[in-house]
Design a binder for this molecule. Structure first.
Ligand code: FES
Length: 181
């Protein structure tokens, strides 16, 4: 379908307003390449690096500015696990479901985390504080079962520890201070 020049200008301006200058410059460089679609993943990495996730607006803007169909851009963003389509919480809660942790009850810890946060893996709690993820091994099997929150490893976590643990982080968020063990 033909797009009028006026309309293209408006779309282009709106798309540019969604992205930071460094990403716009990079897209401009990529557009000059005969293989511009091959740069899509690196463009999306840069967008995620800036915003922390890939929002609908940003995906649309990348599609418009790179002249790649939105369905393709969205397909790439959803296919690769390292792209995040939702904003991250202030605290990344990573429950280990590797063998050593699993045999010590990590599945029950994970269920309790889901229940307390009202989210599934990959989702962020409504208050925007916690994003829940799982790992296959955090490299601290001797401390199993392990939950890592940001950079802090919490060892030997039991399901009934979960509410207290989360409350500690909520309190820290209210204080506005960094969280330390
Ligand atoms: S399996 Fe959980 S830390 Fe290794």
């Amino acid at each position: 379908m033909a797009v009028s020049t006026d309309n293209w200008e408006a779309v282009s301006t709106a798309s540019k307003a969604c992205l930071p200058p460094a990403v716009l410059d990079y897209i401009e460089e990529c557009r000059k390449s005969p293989e511009r679609e091959s740069h899509l993943i690196s463009v999306l990495h840069k967008v995620q690096g800036h915003f922390g996730h890939l929002g609908r607006e940003q995906l649309d803007a990348v599609a418009q500015l790179m002249q790649i169909p939105t369905a393709k851009v969205t397909g790439v963003a959803t296919f690769y696990h390292f792209f995040r389509l939702q904003p991250r919480g202030r605290f990344m809660v990573n429950v280990c479901l590797g063998t050593a942790c699993y045999v010590k009850g990590a599945d029950k810890v994970a269920e309790k985390l889901k229940e307390e946060l009202g989210v599934d893996f990959g989702e962020t709690s409504k208050d925007g504080l916690f994003t829940l993820e799982s790992s296959r091994c955090l490299g601290t099997c001797g401390l199993a079962p392990v939950v890592m929150i940001n950079d802090t490893v919490h060892p030997k976590v039991k399901p009934d520890h979960v509410p207290v643990l989360l409350e500690k982080y909520r309190a820290k968020a209210e204080e506005g201070s960094s969280v330390e063990r």
